[in-house]
Design a protein around this ligand. Structure first.
Ligand code: DQA
Length: 145
């Protein structure tokens, strides 16, 4: 499968940002780990990171023909970006929303995701394994099946 992985705002600072919550790995290490994992080796990946809502939307649009599945950690945009929600519903790509941290056990504003309903699954709280579980979910629910 062709897997589009989108990471949103502040995730470029993984490894130095609130490491007690988000872990010690940099985003680059995390994405490399995903790509070279046993499950990852069966797929093609494109990775995008942006701190800008419009750039994230453009990436979704640009890869809409290429991608068979999408893993998105939209960071704080997950909690309020109707524009990213609309972008996901505007394309025909099975999408899994992921979060490194357990958004249900943090501040109240993080408990709400405006993306959840337009994704086929929401996975959170597993650290970097959230991404692997998302990949497995996409594999198991691919449109070709
Ligand atoms: C996050 C959780 C969000 O609430 C936060 O704004 C992030 C990271 C996570 O991966 O746990 O930037 O998406």
């Amino acid at each position: 499968m062709n897997i589009l992985v989108i990471n949103g705002p502040n995730l470029n600072l993984l490894g130095e940002r609130q490491t007690d919550i988000y872990g010690e790995n940099t985003l680059e290490e995390l994405m490399m780990w995903l790509e070279t994992s046993a499950d990852g080796q069966n797929h093609n990946f494109k990775f995008y990171q942006s701190n800008h809502e419009g750039t994230i939307i453009d990436s979704i649009h640009d890869e809409r023909e290429w991608a068979d599945g999408m893993i998105i950690n939209a960071g704080a945009f997950s909690h309020y970006s109707y524009a990213i929600r609309d972008a996901i519903s505007s394309v025909d790509i099975n999408t899994v929303e992921v979060h490194l941290s357990n958004i249900m056990e943090r501040e109240d504003f993080r408990k709400i995701s405006v993306l959840k309903d337009v994704c086929i699954e929401q996975i959170y709280g597993l650290g970097r394994n959230s991404y692997i579980e998302a990949l497995k979910f996409l594999q198991d629910n691919s449109k070709g099946d």
